[in-house]
Design a protein around this ligand. Sequence first.
Ligand SMILES: Cc1cc2nc3c(=O)[nH]c(=O)nc-3n(C[C@H](O)[C@H](O)[C@H](O)COP(=O)(O)OP(=O)(O)OC[C@H]3O[C@@H](n4cnc5c(N)ncnc54)[C@H](O)[C@@H]3O)c2cc1C
Length: 377
Amino acid sequence: MKDYSSHIAIIGAGISGLTLGCVLKQSGMSVIIFEKSSTASEQGAGISISPNGLRVIRNIGIENELRSESGNPKEVQFFYNQNKLTSFPVDLVTTSRQCLYKNLLNKYLSLGGEVLFDHEVSSINLTDPSISFSNDSSFNVNHIAACDGIKSKCRSLIYKGAEQPFYSGYSVWRGILEKNQTENHIHLGPNFHIVTYPIDNTRTSFVAAVKNPKETKESWKTKGTYEGLCNDLPESTRHIYESLQDSNEIYKWGVYTKKIPDKLFDNNITFLGDAAHPMVPFLGQGGCMALEDAYIFGKLIKLNDSMKTSQIMYQKLRYKRVKKIYKDSALQGKLNHISNPLIVYCRNFLMKYTPVAALKPNSIWGYDPDVEIKKIS
Ligand SMILES: Cc1cc2nc3c(=O)[nH]c(=O)nc-3n(C[C@H](O)[C@H](O)[C@H](O)COP(=O)(O)OP(=O)(O)OC[C@H]3O[C@@H](n4cnc5c(N)ncnc54)[C@H](O)[C@@H]3O)c2cc1C
């Protein structure tokens, strides 16, 4: 058993794990990250970071690097049947996951952070906190931060495997278009929607979500075909993605989710990001919630002498917000995919002639974690 009893152990070098690592190292705390893969994720898929997530990125000091390597759309445009419904100004950073992970990891390492790759959690002891890994190593630690994503092993060990992810009823196609686009485009249609945004100066992320009662595998790496993609979407949308025709990099996977537990912590373990609240991606907030969780939990640990107090404050600050966004994300999927022509007409009318489309995002994006921490401390 290796003695890391003064360290906070972070399970997972994803968005929440690396962010928490940066915040704790910046506060001078002892921390170690355990990651099951042999490198930080290299998936080429895109991710959009809205102003609430960007506040965290800015506070940990990687905003300039990330912006310089990413897309920075200043407008979101909504379409129905190729006709523009509405648009509103935004300040988003849209990037590849690879680029986000790289910047987070580099920052964490530059702060003297330690990551042990090829360490997959196999069991946990919460009383005298310790973790064992499938490579037969074990570590005594001070506290466990479970940042291990939607399939969280930590969560299934604590809740005895009772809560498996369930299929949301949506499948998602993704690919990278070799073109420069300056805005964020969202095409709505009956039982589907398509989102495209720049991930840098030459590439654009393409994601199409389709309602699909047939369960699809949950994996970023499952390949699909151009023919399959065409079959799932109406012909009128083909111009958006026809450059994928000769691409080998078309992926299709099922969107899964999980219930949010009543408590985001238990004894000596705290759950962050998708390990706590995996949501459907239709407001583009899962990663931003992971950033907010990690920033707030890290700051609370520095602020309080006792971990228990930090956990209680974390629950108070995060539970209501993540639960609301979890529900709103599911609702957004339904609104995007309306198929009844009369209701489509009403939705499109409201989007075209009122500012309704901007209300929800703007209400989410205004969240400032430092202000929230001040309110409670
Ligand atoms: C189609 C789609 C589009 C999305 N678009 C957006 C978007 O535009 N904006 C946005 O904010 N969010 C978006 N999201 C959501 C976002 O990707 C996730 O919410 C985010 O990645 C969660 O971060 P995390 O740190 O909780 O988990 P992850 O980033 O998944 O990291 C988990 C890490 O834990 C590791 N791990 C897992 N199990 C173990 C184990 N047993 N031992 C050790 N390590 C382990 C994994 O290898 C991984 O590195 C989208 C999601 C989907 C599906």
